[in-house]
Design a protein around this ligand. Structure first.
Ligand code: NAD
Length: 705
């Protein structure tokens, strides 16, 4: 199969990129494109070249799977190809449709002319992988669209529609019609204006002179704006340096600086982590025994049972994706309250201008309420989000079994209960699956797809597709207490609370973990989610795991009804209407009292110890989850933590981070903890022990797909 198809239309050679799905610039495509250009150069009947794309996308950019592999450097590499195009003796016109990203846009900018479809999306997203555009993008884009616009595009990584760039030198023509035909016509016209044997120089982005009198103030401002994140994300500062070089230095010097910065970033731990996270998300949607061609069930309508904290948010996801949703409650009052919250959420988005009035009408119009199961009997997907109580779940699933149409997917949003038991409340356990959303359900990216023992493959495959449709990241988990995310979280919280007994305070723990990069420390998170939820779970754990020792401090906080922000007090104090967490003297007093009651002499706990205990408790439990097959791969656990728990993406997730620390080092530290207070949690997971003994990391387990 040709990766770059060559044809000619009169005096114009047309090279069509054909490397589905996104025409990534892998080695084979680069070779064929270069061969096509050489053929066009040699053919005296050819006066110009059009590079266009089959399919929906001009080019998604470099083939990221080549990063760090020998193919990336094999000739022609992207820089060679770009030089070939730019120095081509005949005009080269790029026809941009769909999306043109990264290396694809860099290639297009090396062409002498560009014609784009008005809706085409053009962008340089490298910063999202901790990189900068490394094939001339930082030098050519400022020359073509001006330094301000260029820096915006490079720093945000967000694509811009061609129609918004039509007044710039980036685009010679922007068309509403067929872009390949328009580019061909443009190439023919360019030819007509060049006399045969014309030696007039071709238009090259590198030759454009930038005049930018405000350079100093502008770049100072940009550096100030990114400063707060610069420690954890080194790429934006390098992007600024490179664009500044484009303005202040000759092209060749700028290119040199860009290259050096690219190589440095490519080796940086942050970029490695971000690239790991990127591939991890892709891998998560592949399930070894659920092939890509597994039939899917059509989901055209959805029902949600329960209009509480989760039910309302879950309903919004589907309305946002254009699907009608019916929400069922037990009383009109509960229904009105729940739907009122949903409407209020949409109203506030509308007020912020992030929703048009039409979208507001459309989305609110798609959500209806009912008290009758008859109204949801025809739904293709029904998601239960009622109280976390097995008896209540039983009533609901027995009703669903009686009422739901054949083939409907019956899902539970349970956080902790046994999905297999829930499935067996019905006579159709193959249709039952866990769809575990995270609060706030309309915002948090993660969707844990809990696969029961009997869940049908097509139900799993449909759920993964649905996750994409509602713009979530789906990760498949097996059935156990807390699945992937909350099971690890329970181990982590227990450690953090035990640290209070021995010497730390909540605000110190939060600060240490926020410094590590967590979006929010555990005690602030708990105040946000409601301390009563964890209390409820702990009470169950006390019964189920009678030998496990927990700190008593969280219960004492809850006994005072300090449930967090919703009650105006929790681990922290809050002023009315203000979410700012203020360290609480009362909580400090309780913590000190509890240490005294236990006869513990409080010691200084370092931030380093806090981070180690937090991370190693996650890693140890993660290793067990992996070994038990609850998670399919180490990288799935990383995705769960980044997408659902505010784990810093620049650390790549808990198990990626474990490999960077080194498993033998982690075990050594854990052995130290096991000699201290409440050592039971530090029994190493057998998999962790085995990998450490063999001096391997989690990555060595491979990416099963
Ligand atoms: P909630 O108490 O806010 O809401 C539950 C709703 O279900 C209430 O409005 C109640 O009236 C309704 N309800 C109860 N019995 C019903 C029945 N038989 N039929 C119809 N409606 C009924 O609870 P929540 O926080 O939304 O949690 C719901 C589920 O989601 C639980 O299984 C919980 O474990 C899970 N979950 C919660 C969170 C969270 O952060 N709150 C996160 C993930 C999953």
């Amino acid at each position: 199969m040709a990766f770059a198809d060559y044809t000619s239309r009169g005096a114009v050679a047309v090279i069509t990129l054909d490397n589905p799905p996104v025409n990534a610039l892998g080695l084979k495509l680069r070779r064929e494109l270069a061969a096509g250009l050489e053929r066009a150069a040699a053919d005296t009947a050819i006066g110009a070249v059009v590079i266009t794309a089959g399919g929906q996308t001009f080019c998604g950019g470099a083939d990221v799977s080549e990063f760090g592999a020998p193919e990336m450097h094999a000739a022609p590499n992207l820089a060679d190809l770009i030089a070939l195009v730019e120095n081509f003796p005949k005009p080269v016109v790029a026809a941009l449709n769909g999306t043109t990203l990264g290396g694809g846009l860099e290639l297009a900018m090396a062409c002498h002319h560009r014609v784009a479809a008005a809706g085409a999306q053009l962008g340089l997203p490298e910063v999202k992988l901790g990189l900068l555009p490394g094939a001339g993008g930082t030098q050519r884009l400022p020359r073509l669209v001006g330094p301000e616009r260029a820096l915006n595009m490079i720093l945000s990584g967000t694509p811009v529609a061609a129609r918004e760039l039509k007044d710039t030198a980036l685009l010679d023509r922007v068309v509403e019609s067929d872009v390949a035909a328009a580019a061909l016509e443009y190439a023919q016209r360019t030819l007509g204006s060049r006399a045969p044997g014309d030696a007039a120089p071709l238009k090259k982005a590198r030759d454009i002179e930038i005049r930018f009198p405000n350079a100093e103030a502008f770049f100072d401002f940009a550096r100030g704006a990114i400063a707060p994140l610069a420690k954890n994300y080194p790429a934006p500062a390098k992007c600024i340096d490179a664009v500044e070089a484009a303005v202040l230095k000759p092209f060749a010097e700028g290119i040199k600086l860009e290259r050096a910065a690219f190589v440095e970033l490519l080796m940086s731990p942050e970029s490695k982590a971000l690239r790991h996270a990127f591939f991890a998300v892709r891998a998560a949607s592949k399930i070894p025994d659920v092939p890509a061609d597994t039939p899917l069930r059509a989901i055209k309508s959805v029902a949600v049972i329960g209009a509480g904290t989760m039910g309302g948010g879950i309903a919004m996801n589907f309305a946002n994706a254009g699907l009608p949703v019916t929400v069922l409650e037990t009383s009109q009052a509960a229904l009105d309250k729940g739907l009122g919250v949903v409407k209020g959420n949409y109203e506030s988005t509308l007020k912020k201008g992030r929703l048009t009035p039409q979208q507001f009408e459309q989305r609110t119009g798609l959500i209806k309420g009912t008290l009758s199961y008859d109204d949801i009997a025809q739904a293709d997907l029904i998601i239960e989000a009622v109280f976390e109580d097995l008896n209540v779940k039983r009533q609901v699933f027995e009703m669903l079994d009686a009422k739901a149409k054949k083939g409907a997917i019956l899902a539970s949003n349970t956080s902790t209960l046994d999905l297999n038991k829930i499935a067996n409340f019905t006579t159709r356990p193959a249709d039952v699956i866990g769809l575990h959303f995270f609060s706030p359900a309309n915002v948090t990216k993660l969707l844990e797809i809990v696969r029961g023992a009997a869940s049908a493959k097509e139900v799993v495959a449909t759920s993964l597709g649905l996750a994409k449709q509602i713009k979530k990241i789906g990760v498949v988990a097996g059935v156990c207490d807390g699945f992937i995310g909350n099971r690890m979280l329970n181990a982590f919280f227990r450690q953090m609370e035990l640290l209070l007994d021995v010497g730390a305070l909540p605000q110190q723990i939060d600060r240490a973990l926020e410094k590590f990069g967590f979006a929010m420390g555990p005690f602030r998170v708990s105040d946000l989610a409601g301390n009563d939820i964890a209390w409820y779970i702990r009470k169950r754990l006390y019964v189920e795991y009678p030998d496990r020792v927990f700190s008593k401090i969280p219960d004492r906080i809850c006994e005072l009804k300090r449930f967090g922000q919703k009650t105006g007090a929790g681990w922290y104090d809050y002023k009315p209407g203000d979410r700012n967490a203020i360290p609480s003297d009362l909580v400090t007093k309780i913590v000190l009292e509890e240490s005294a009651r236990l006869g513990l002499e409080r010691r200084k706990v370092s931030d380093e110890e806090i981070v180690e205990r937090a991370l190693y408790s996650l890693i140890n439990e993660g290793a067990r989850i992996l070994e038990e097959g609850i998670a399919l791969r180490a990288s799935d656990i990383d995705v769960v933590y980044i997408a659902g728990y505010g784990f810093p993406d620049f650390r790549g997730g808990p198990l990626f981070y474990a490999d960077t620390v080194g498993l033998p080092n982690i075990l050594r530290t854990m052995r130290g903890f096991a000699r201290g207070y409440q050592p039971d949690a530090w029994e190493p997971a057998p998999l962790l022990q085995k990998l450490a003994d063999e001096n391997r990391g989690f990555a060595s387990l491979g990416n099963r797909s």
